[in-house]
Design a protein. Structure first.
Length: 206
C-alpha cells in the first residue's frame, strides 16, 4: 500500500540544520500526542512545542497527518534496529533459545519508546500509517520466519511455514496489546516466560 501525498513529507531534509528542524518537529509531535492525544494535536501546537514557526513546519509537512506518519516511520526504524541487535548472532542457538530470543526482541522493540508506541498504535488512524506499519510487520515476519525455517525439521510437521507465520502474528499481537493496555507486564519475567512457553509449545510440540 502506498500513502497518498497528504500523508507524505513535502521534502526530505538534506542539510544538518534542516534535519535538526525535522527531528524537532517529530519530537514535538510525540510530546503533543502523549500529552493531548491525536484528536487535539494541531500543527500550531506542534510548531510551538518545537520552538519553530508554523511556516517551517509546513515547509516539510503538508499537515499533521504527514507529521505523524513520519513519526511512526521513525519509531519503526528504531524498533526494528533494536530487535535485530537483540537477536544478534544465531550460531549455536537451539530452536527453543531462538524462539525465546525472538520473543525478547519483539518486547525490546516496543520498549524503545512504549508510551509513544502505545499512543501511535491506539490513536492514529490506520490509513495514515498503514503502508509503513504493514511494511514493518512484514519485515519482522520475514526476518523471524527465515530464522525459524532454519529449524524446520523441529517445527510441527503439519506445515512449518504456516505454523511459524501463525506464531509470529500471535506473538506480535500479544505484545502490542500489552504495551497499550497492560505495559507493566512487559517487565514481568514470569509473564514473558509464559509467552515464550506458549510460542515454544505451539511451534515445536507435536
Amino acid at each position: 500500500m502506498r500513502l497518498s501525498k497528504r500523508y507524505q513529507p513535502r521534502k526530505q531534509p538534506v542539510q544538518s540544520r534542516s534535519k535538526a528542524t525535522v527531528e524537532a518537529i517529530l519530537d514535538a509531535a510525540a510530546r503533543v500526542l502523549i500529552d493531548k492525544t491525536y484528536d487535539h494535536a494541531t500543527t500550531n501546537e506542534i510548531a510551538d512545542c518545537a520552538g519553530i514557526g508554523i511556516g517551517s513546519l509546513y515547509e516539510y509537512f503538508p499537515g499533521k497527518e504527514a507529521v505523524f506518519a513520519a513519526l511512526i516511520h521513525r519509531l519503526n526504524v528504531k524498533m526494528y534496529a533494536a530487535m535485530k541487535e537483540h537477536i544478534g548472532e544465531l550460531g549455536g542457538l537451539s530452536a527453543r533459545e531462538l524462539i525465546g530470543r525472538v520473543v525478547e526482541a519483539r518486547i525490546r522493540g516496543v520498549l524503545v519508546s512504549p508510551d509513544l508506541y502505545a499512543a501511535l498504535r491506539d490513536q492514529i488512524p490506520h490509513d495514515i500509517t498503514s503502508a509503513q506499519t504493514d511494511r514493518f510487520i512484514s519485515d519482522f515476519h520475514q526476518f523471524s520466519l527465515g530464522m525459524l525455517q532454519s529449524f524446520a525439521p523441529q517445527i510441527r510437521p503439519i506445515a512449518p511455514e504456516l505454523v511459524a507465520d501463525v506464531a509470529m502474528r500471535a506473538m506480535y499481537a500479544i505484545v502490542e496489546d500489552l504495551v497499550i493496555h497492560d505495559p507493566q507486564k512487559l517487565h514481568d519475567e514470569a509473564y514473558i516466560d509464559e509467552l515464550k512457553y506458549l510460542m515454544t509449545r505451539y511451534l515445536l510440540e507435536p
